[in-house]
Design a protein around this ligand. Structure first.
Ligand SMILES: C[S@@+](CC[C@H](N)C(=O)[O-])C[C@H]1O[C@@H](n2cnc3c(N)ncnc32)[C@H](O)[C@@H]1O
Length: 299
């Protein structure tokens, strides 16, 4: 049984037989719009390349997006990668009719073959931070990482942005953001978290609370109680600072995380048209670039 199944909401009995991916597309804002955007981005990549591509959907869940890609691009090899047994089985059933589609049920970091497109849709904040180095290793020349996620709406101030810009490393210590080697060392030595990180975490929680209230109301207004209940539990998981499996960060922080891991941002797309405090879904196109000097790239 995977860690995901043991520790997060979807391991609970009431979700065992539910196709969470399908249910979320009906009761959660922005996911379905994101699907369509990502399929368009992969199709554009296929057109530019002028040849069939190998595409991996990391953390594919029950394979809804993988199937949309396989339908749109039948000559491309589409690999749905999912470690949790229930969604992996659902993905296998969903993709059975698509001869060029398959399911890989080991961890993403165990995949060894080169890839043209790596899609990570709603998965980045669940994956170990070391997975970015593996993305770099697998991407073919001209390859792209399409990273779409539900972020915590932006909670960094301009001062935070300056601090992040100067950060040569970004790491979480017990859920608190650490942005220098000294801060990381001090945290490891004594468990001390800088005042700045505590203030940031307080803002993250308050911003998230506002977002989750919107998501839960959205589901209830549409009579999607399963989504509302799941999101109530996810809200609690995300509010626990040290709970690593569910820890949404702001777009700016993730952009810097990618930057210190040697990725260049080729495009940023916003999903939904709402005020900034309710703007959670973004889809990025990242390409491997040079690693910053001194970066180890595999934190
Ligand atoms: C929020 S779900 C993603 C939803 C999905 N992409 C969709 O479109 O419906 C994140 C998924 O990542 C999977 N996951 C977590 N760690 C993984 C790993 N190391 N390798 C592959 N999948 C992983 C989890 O089991 C979970 O199903």
């Amino acid at each position: 049984m995977s860690t995901e199944e043991i520790s997060t909401v979807y391991g609970r009995e009431e979700f065992k037989r539910v196709d969470v991916g399908a249910v979320m597309r009906e009761g959660h804002p922005d996911i379905s719009d994101g699907d369509h955007l990502i399929v368009d981005l992969v199709a554009r990549k296929r057109e530019t390349a002028g040849r069939p591509l190998t595409v991996m959907d990391v953390g594919s869940g029950s394979g809804v997006l993988s199937e949309l890609i396989a339908q749109r691009l039948p000559d491309c090899r589409v690999i749905a990668n999912e470690i949790a047994p229930n969604p992996a089985r659902q993905a296998r059933e969903r993709l059975a009719a698509h001869p060029r589609a398959e399911v890989f049920t080991e961890s993403f970091t165990d995949w060894k073959e080169p890839l043209d497109v790596i899609v990570s849709w709603g998965s980045h904040h669940h994956l170990p931070h070391s997975h970015l180095q593996h993305v770099r290793d697998l991407l073919e020349e001209g390859g792209v990482l399409i990273l779409g996620d539900e972020f915590c709406p932006e909670y960094c101030t301009e001062d935070d942005a300056i601090r992040l810009k100067n950060a040569e490393v970004i790491e979480l210590g017990g859920g608190h953001l650490l942005a220098s080697r000294e801060e990381i060392e001090e945290y490891r030595r004594s468990g001390t978290v800088p005042e700045w990180s505590r203030i940031l975490e307080d803002r993250r929680r308050r911003t998230l609370w506002n977002w989750y209230k919107f998501v839960i109301d959205y589901a209830i207004e549409r009579d999607r109680w399963q989504v509302a209940i799941a999101e109530m539990q996810i809200t609690k998981d995300d509010m626990v600072t040290s709970f690593e499996e569910e820890h949404k960060l702001s777009p700016l922080i993730v952009e810097h995380e990618l930057s210190v891991n040697g990725f260049e941002q080729a495009a940023k797309h916003v999903i939904g048209d709402r005020p900034a405090e309710l703007q959670s879904f973004f889809v990025y196109e990242f390409v491997p670039g040079a690693l910053p000097v001194g970066a180890d790239g595999d934190r």
